[in-house]
Design a protein around this ligand. Sequence first.
Ligand SMILES: Cc1cc2nc3c(=O)[nH]c(=O)nc-3n(C[C@H](O)[C@H](O)[C@H](O)COP(=O)(O)OP(=O)(O)OC[C@H]3O[C@@H](n4cnc5c(N)ncnc54)[C@H](O)[C@@H]3O)c2cc1C
Length: 294
Amino acid sequence: MSNGISIRSRFKTGKPMFSVEFFPPKDEAGGKRMLQTAKVIEPYNPDFVSITYGAGGGTRETTMRFARLLKEEHGFEVMPHLTCVGHTRDELLEILEEFADLGFRNIMALRGDPPSGETSFSPVMNGFSYASDLVELIRNNFPDFGIGVGGYPEKHPEAPDLDSDLKNLRTKVDAGADFVTTQLFFDNQAYFDFVRNSRNAGITIPILPGLLPVLSMNQVKRFCKMCEASLPSDLEQALEKSEEKSHPEVGSMWALQQVKELLDSGCPGFHLYALNKSQSTLTILDGLTQRLRN
Ligand SMILES: Cc1cc2nc3c(=O)[nH]c(=O)nc-3n(C[C@H](O)[C@H](O)[C@H](O)COP(=O)(O)OP(=O)(O)OC[C@H]3O[C@@H](n4cnc5c(N)ncnc54)[C@H](O)[C@@H]3O)c2cc1C
């Protein structure tokens, strides 16, 4: 694996991409879990890994630190996430320069969520209101960077309807995004419809489906509420029928079936929301060994 290559060039190979998302751990035990997962996926040679920014309490320093660790100790092509939350334009430029100096060449550009307790997003003075502003900043100042953006098969919760959300996605693409990674979804039809509607809206860049192997009924319900993703009744029933300790297995098998169907449909690959968990990630990758080799 080589570092510092724009991910957009990897999409051009036509080979299905595979990526894994980490989040910066909060304590030592979390750090061990994350590194264990990194070790487990290394032999599978992911095209890239990403690491979140700000979500769930991560900070600029922790994202930077763990992005470096994943790159330097595991040799992954790392795509750090960056959000507009709490940053002025100049601060964002400074962070991007730091990433560039450290050899990163790919950024997942996001607006970020409103801080907890707030219902709508307000930019800081001289900050950005939308991810498209951040995409434009990156494209104008770091033309060789690969830029990923978020897409929402079941609509972003704040958007009034799918059409306006797609129009806003198109703005991010026109600003210079190279590919879209989707929010999690449990029903592949949502992805197929989203891709079709995106193409009709003139969005031609690759759309990488994001999959979450669920760990428990509580977790899936929490995520579905937060992201407004639908929970297929078959998955809900399978979780209800199985014992609680078997939930991660049910979740991994569901995600594995989703990935198989998506790859069969010719999608450009898949992105795993691994949540730093090694076992569910391993179950999915083991189930795909043959396809990942081809
Ligand atoms: C793959 C992925 C990774 C993520 N990683 C992180 C992370 O690391 N850290 C984190 O905090 N969060 C993360 N998130 C969550 C994300 O920050 C939230 O979903 C956030 O609410 C929206 O971010 P965005 O970049 O999609 O915003 P935007 O694209 O700016 O969209 C936000 C809302 O504004 C609307 N909108 C956009 N442009 C306009 C416009 N010009 N006029 C009017 N409305 C507009 C959109 O339709 C949407 O409803 C991630 C999401 C995804 C899908």
